[in-house]
Design a protein around this ligand. Structure first.
Ligand code: FE2
Ligand code: FE2
Length: 310
């Protein structure tokens, strides 16, 4: 089983928003976006990544949130179109929301993310879904993919996340279901569970209950956690709690980044995870080189890992 991981697409679609949509929090986000982000992220780069993944024998594609910038309907429509263009998308894609997909209370209230990505949010074990549809579970071969929601509408200039108490409890139960227990367990969530080389767990952009979530996943035998949010490549491994084995925690970075600075960890990227015999065998990372060359292989194998003991 090979799973492709893309994230933080931040699809720009600024043609249609009405001026009043930029009031309040969106004014800041919109200006910030225009000043900093419009040159950094490219929808074309996302399309190149998907073409590349298509040629690399990938069974499934996981998308760890922030598909939009301002959670506008027009952005969701553009993101939905791209995701739906993946061959056999309804069976081969798992996607969870990020903080940018829950950018305003209105976007959360109207469930814009859930409406646009409804095709990808069905659960094979619906008895564990809360009222908001999370956690969902996709059983694919010998892998169980569990989608969690860490998105919340936040105050101005905040990008924090939180997994709700009910969702965490339902996830605990889901992870004990025999159909899940016997499989390789992969959790997809937007916010990071650990600090990396470039990001501490800053108070205004962290997962508020990261310790509790991480402890739960390690205690419940989770093999691999995929996240986004930091726009930075990282692979960590931690011992599971109460059972032998390793919980890997991985981020590819933002797939849509077209401007390459000095640090390749910041370049546009996707990962491919090879899972065999119930274990993660390999992490293969490709990065965006140029519009001419597209994506090129960067690293293969699990590397830059750090073992962190509690
Ligand atoms: Fe992001
Ligand atoms: Fe984010």
């Amino acid at each position: 089983m090979r799973i492709g991981h893309i994230s933080d697409l931040h699809i720009l679609e600024l043609d249609k928003p009405r001026p009043q949509q930029f009031l309040n929090k969106r004014l800041v986000g919109g200006l910030n976006l225009l000043l900093n982000r419009s040159n950094a992220h490219s929808t074309e780069v996302v399309q190149r990544a998907l073409e590349h993944l298509d040629s690399l024998d990938v069974d499934h594609i996981a998308i760890s949130g922030d598909l939009t910038n301002l959670a506008l309907d027009s952005e969701f429509a553009a993101a939905e179109k791209i995701v739906s263009s993946i061959p056999d998308a309804a069976d081969r894609v798992s996607v969870v929301p990020g903080n940018h997909d829950y950018y305003t209370p209105g976007a959360v209230r109207e469930r814009r993310f859930e409406k646009h990505f409804a095709n990808f949010l069905h659960s094979d074990l619906p008895q564990y879904q809360g009222d908001d549809g999370y956690p969902f579970c996709h059983l694919r071969g010998d892998v169980a993919i569990i989608g969690m929601n860490s998105g919340i509408a936040t105050p101005w200039l905040f990008a924090t996340g939180r997994v709700g108490d009910e969702e965490l409890e339902q996830t605990r139960l889901l992870l004990q279901d025999p159909e899940v227990e016997k499989r390789f367990k992969l959790v997809l969530i937007h916010h990071p569970l650990l600090p990396d080389d470039h990001h501490s767990m800053q108070f205004n952009r962290r997962l508020l209950n990261s310790e509790e979530v991480l402890r739960t996943l390690r205690t419940r035998d989770v093999d691999l956690v995929l996240h986004g949010h930091n726009h930075y490549f990282s692979v960590f491994r931690l011992p599971k709690l109460g059972t032998p084995g390793t919980t890997f925690i991985c981020e590819a970075g933002s797939t849509s980044v077209q401007a390459i600075g000095d640090d390749p960890a910041m370049a546009g990227k996707f990962n491919i995870y090879t899972i065999e015999d119930g274990e993660l065998q390999e992490v293969e990372t490709h990065l965006f080189e140029s519009h001419e060359a597209g994506f090129i292989p960067w690293q293969t194998e699990v590397f830059r890992h750090q073992i962190r003991e509690e």
